[in-house]
Ligand binder design. Structure first.
Ligand code: PXG
Length: 443
């Protein structure tokens, strides 16, 4: 192809296959973002859009934050890349130490990845390899939960419980089973914060232990609060009970904190919020404020220690990514943690959560609304699906909110909100007033 012909295609929308997007619809009516600052995106037509979802649950400090921008600018001229394997650079160690200090309990060792999906694969592999290192190589089974979302790779899809993944991508991994989800349990509608009913759903794990024999089970992975399936909160006592059953049977408990980590629930991590310590925690998203892709897996000391045997010249854990702990991501993450710390953002959600909760539940009684759920700075607004047209009503809200200057997420017929933690009360008012008006106006 000539250079001229290639140039003709420069602004063609066709080449890019967009992820998790209705490509044809988008390309017919593109929603193009060209800038971002604080709580707002700027669109190509100059309009501002209030960011109601922190990008995709990741820009917890908001956009264009000076500490992060400066950290990246400095880093790129100082050290752009260093090999991730058999070489190190100081910021990896500084960041890991700082993260370990933030995380409670024995979760003191940190492994770097580039995304939530990679954090999940890493955690699952660690769990299986940990048992093997301890002479329990028979523990290979993984337990997830219906409606769980653990990213898009084969391990994460397998332990996840998203029907679309099961429909589209074949048989997935073998040796996986699932707990029941905790959505829609009777008596839990319109709960403010954690619902009262359903702790006994954790006993599904006992049933799976009886079925498979606990000695075959390596780990259980759950989102402490499930985001992607439509904001599903853990019933009171549920996570505690899971922890107890895991302990009784030598099973590792993994919390997938990809959306809950870094202040989303009004505490630094869900581990703090629910006061339950898992053996492994997966994170990503807000670790580097979404500016540079990065994830981190936290493990208890006992897990790391189990690997530190054998000849000292041997690689202990046969796993890692070219970009694990890369200098740019580490610099961005350190700038992010500085911002969180200086502005008290990791607990700001707790200060705002009453106001937020009142705003969420002000939608009670609004036409089409069938449930409202909230915790920290998360909201789930569940709409009655249009007969025969699931997801259509919520997607219409998305489009109308976009027109009205508000960015939301929808999953199924649930609207999810998870704004940057710098949100002001007047912006909370704007978001919920806008949504109320739109929802009422729909068929
Ligand atoms: N685990 C959990 C719990 C997640 O929520 C992933 C893993 C995968 O992360 P990566 O970085 O590989 O995408 C996620 C991602 C939404 C939404 O609006 C949620 C996610 C991603 C995009 C949108 O529900 N979660």
């Amino acid at each position: 192809m000539s250079a001229i012909a290639a140039n003709d295609k420069a602004n063609d929308l066709e080449a890019y296959w967009m992820p998790f997007t209705a490509n044809r619809q988008f390309k017919a009516n593109p929603r193009m973002v060209v800038g971002a600052d604080g709580m707002h995106f700027t669109l190509s037509d100059g309009r501002k859009l209030l960011d109601g979802i922190a990008g995709l649950w990741c820009c917890n400090a908001g956009h264009n934050r000076p500490r992060i921008v400066e950290a990246i600018q400095r880093q790129v001229t100082e050290l752009d890349y260093s090999p991730a394997f058999q070489m190190g650079h100081p910021k990896q160690f500084e960041l890991a130490s700082r993260l370990a200090r933030m995380m409670p309990g024995d979760l003191n060792k940190v492994f770097f990845t580039n995304s939530g999906s990679e954090s999940v694969e890493t955690a699952l592999k660690m769990a299986i390899a940990y048992h093997r290192a301890r002479g329990e190589g028979h523990r290979t089974r993984l337990i997830g939960r219906e409606k769980g979302y653990h990213g898009v790779n084969f391990g994460g899809m397998s332990v996840g419980g998203m029907p679309a993944n099961r429909k589209m991508f074949g048989t997935l991994m073998t040796g996986v089973d699932h707990l029941r989800h905790t959505h829609g349990i009777e008596g839990n509608s319109y709960s403010k914060g954690q619902p009262d009913n359903g702790a006994d759903y954790a006993d599904d794990l006992i049933r799976l232990c009886e079925l498979h024999d606990p000695s075959t089970i390596a780990a259980v992975i759950v989102e402490p609060l499930a985001g992607s399936a439509g904001v599903i909160l853990p019933p009171k006592g549920y996570l505690e009970r899971l922890r107890k059953i895991c302990d009784q049977h030598g099973i590792l408990l993994i919390f997938d904190e990809v959306i809950t980590a870094f202040g989303r629930l009004g505490t630094p991590f869900a581990v703090n919020k629910f006061d339950v310590e898992p053996d492994i925690v997966t994170t990503a998203k807000a670790l580097a404020n979404g500016v540079i892709p990065m994830g981190a897996v936290f493990v208890q000391d006992k897990i790391y220690d189990a690997f530190m045997t054998g000849p000292e010249n041997m690689v202990e854990f046969f796993h890692g990514y070219t970009f694990s702990g890369n200098p740019m991501a580490c610099a961005a993450a350190l700038g992010t943690l500085d911002t969180y710390e200086e502005e008290g953002l990791l607990t700001r959600g707790a200060d705002l959560s009453d106001y937020w909760q009142d705003a969420v539940h002000s939608l009670k009684g609004t036409r089409h609304v069938i449930d409202l759920r909230n915790l920290g700075l998360i909201a789930g607004i569940e709409l009655e699906p249009r007969p025969g047209k699931p997801t259509a009503r919520a997607f219409e809200v998305f489009l109308k909110a976009y027109e009205a200057g508000l960015l939301i997420r929808t999953t199924g017929d649930t609207i999810a909100l998870s704004p940057p933690l710098i949100i002001e009360k007047s912006q909370i008012d704007f978001a919920f007033e806008t949504l109320a008006t739109i929802i009422k106006s729909l068929d």
